[in-house]
Design a binder for this molecule. Structure first.
Ligand code: AMP
Length: 473
């Protein structure tokens, strides 16, 4: 299957060939023809699957067919959660459109607004924007939406996590009704569905992606839901493992692994901003040169650090979850959860930063005894236990018990408002006491692991039934 067979014309096919893309990825195969035919799409796919090209290429194809550029007007709007992602997508747009006469621009906060306003005066065909700055410019009448033909919400779940729902709603209500909508999200939950619903201003209940009922279909016209891989899994090319570790020896363990295992590169996720700077200095004391990005660093510094990491000049980058969202570093070999994330979705996102476009990657998590609940939630979501490795030089004082794979957080248990019933483990033995497992010794732990893995396997078949329901087979 070649890109031209998907309905893309020569200038676009040549541009992707220049980038070394020989064949479309699965999501591109599904999404490109669907977008070209004018369908509205809800796409769930992991990061690193080639998602950006899956909406940008057909967008270019459509926009290049007729050029009608007016001042302060845009024809396609791509909303993203972070400045980094906005820059990155716009770079991709520029690369993919290099043989076309289409203009594009990234718009984000934290930098001088005047040059951005200047640039918009002529009009821009494809605008990649973060919601806050875009709204500012709308209020300043620097940009108008009346000629928008296409809207893309990228990493919708991230945008919701970051509290952009109000800004997004304000933007959507200003858009022309007659437009094509594309929503991409690594995970689909109730909130993402509600956001998709806000496209139409009506309740999404009954659209039933899960049962193809498409109750509100009239609002979505031809809604197409494209599911490339279940959101609860991570790419097979990624080797995931964890180390149980005491909190106070984490930085020593990290240095040990970097040096002993001769890690060529690592993106290291940490919870707190001040922890990021501290870890960088701890690594430096052990002769490891690292740097960090977090919300308190200026945009210019973040970009500079990121560029150094991308170029390979900087080998170890410590990042808080928010700062690192949307980062695409071509062939990232390794991510480290120095702190385990609180949400399973976040784990999946982070792990998705490696093993991109089919390359091999490694994801390592440091798990302290206090992370037990998070670990249960993550492993339940994955449907399997993550391989544990013991590092001889780092024996743990506080052990981490084997996960309960049907763990359901309190706020998601039956009867609780806002629960996500899509969790296949929902309510099944939820909240069972872990006391017994917690007191198990190492041998029993292994036995427990196997039993839990077996249980997970049988539950996984239940899960795939549920995920299949998202497929339009
Ligand atoms: P994305 O999921 O859009 O973040 O893309 C992940 C990475 O895959 C990016 O570095 C893209 O340049 C790359 N990529 C996208 N499509 C293809 C393709 N068809 N063949 C090879 N690499 C691709």
């Amino acid at each position: 299957m070649s890109f031209s067979k998907l309905g893309l014309s020569a200038p676009i096919v040549k541009a992707v060939a220049d980038l070394g893309y020989t064949k479309p990825t699965p999501i591109q195969k599904e999404s490109i023809p669907a977008v070209l035919s004018g369908k509205n799409i809800l796409g769930t796919s992991q990061t690193g699957t080639g998602k950006t090209a899956s909406f940008v290429l057909p967008m270019l194809e459509k926009l290049s067919k007729n050029r009608t550029q007016r001042g302060k007007r845009i024809r396609a709007l791509i909303l993203t959660p972070t400045r980094e992602l906005a820059v990155q997508i716009e770079e991709s747009v520029a690369q993919y459109s290099k043989y076309l006469d289409l203009s594009s621009m990234a718009l984000y906060g934290g930098v001088d607004v005047e040059p951005q306003k200047e640039r918009l005066i002529e009009g821009v065909e494809i605008l990649v924007a973060t919601p806050g700055r875009l709204l500012d410019l709308v209020h300043q009448r620097a940009v108008y939406f009346d000629e928008i033909e296409m809207l893309v919400l990228d990493e919708a779940d991230r945008m919701l996590d970051m509290g952009f729902i109000d800004d997004i709603s304000k933007i959507i209500e200003r858009l022309p009704f007659d437009r094509q909508n594309l929503l991409f999200s690594a995970t689909i939950n109730e909130d993402v569905r509600k956001l998709a619903d806000s496209f139409s201003g009506d309740s999404l209940e009954g659209i039933g992606f899960a049962n193809n009922g498409l109750g509100n279909r009239e609002f979505y016209d031809d809604l197409e839901d494209i599911v490339i891989s279940p959101s609860s899994t991570t790419a097979e090319t990624i080797s995931q493992w964890l180390v149980a570790i005491d909190k106070d020896t984490k930085s020593a363990l990290l240095s040990h692994l970097i040096l002993e295992e001769k890690w060529d590169q690592a993106l290291i996720f940490i919870e707190k901003k001040h922890g990021a700077a501290k870890l960088v200095s701890q690594l430096e004391k052990r002769g490891i040169k690292a740097d960090c990005i977090h919300g308190d660093r200026s945009q210019a510094m973040r970009e500079k650090t990121l560029a150094a990491f991308k170029s390979g000049e900087l080998k170890y980058l410590v990042a808080t979850g928010i700062a690192a969202r949307g980062i695409d570093i071509g062939s990232l070999t390794r991510v480290v959860n120095y702190d385990l994330p609180f949400k399973p979705e976040e784990y999946i996102h982070r792990v998705g930063r490696t093993g991109r476009a089919g390359t091999a990657g490694e994801a390592i998590s440091f798990v302290a005894a206090g992370d037990f609940k998070n670990l249960c939630a993550i492993e339940s979501r994955l449907g399997h236990l993550i391989v544990r490795k013991e590092i001889e030089e780092f024996p743990v004082r506080k052990t981490v018990p084997v996960s309960i794979l049907n763990y359901v957080p309190k706020h998601q248990r039956a009867g609780h408002m806002g629960s996500d019933n899509s969790n296949p483990y929902y309510g099944k033995g939820a909240g069972k006491s872990s006391t017994k497992k917690k007191t198990e010794g190492a041998g029993k732990a292994e036995k427990g692991r196997k039993a839990a893995a077996k249980k997970a396997e049988s539950r996984q078949s239940g899960q795939s039934k549920k995920s299949n329901a998202w497929d339009r087979k």
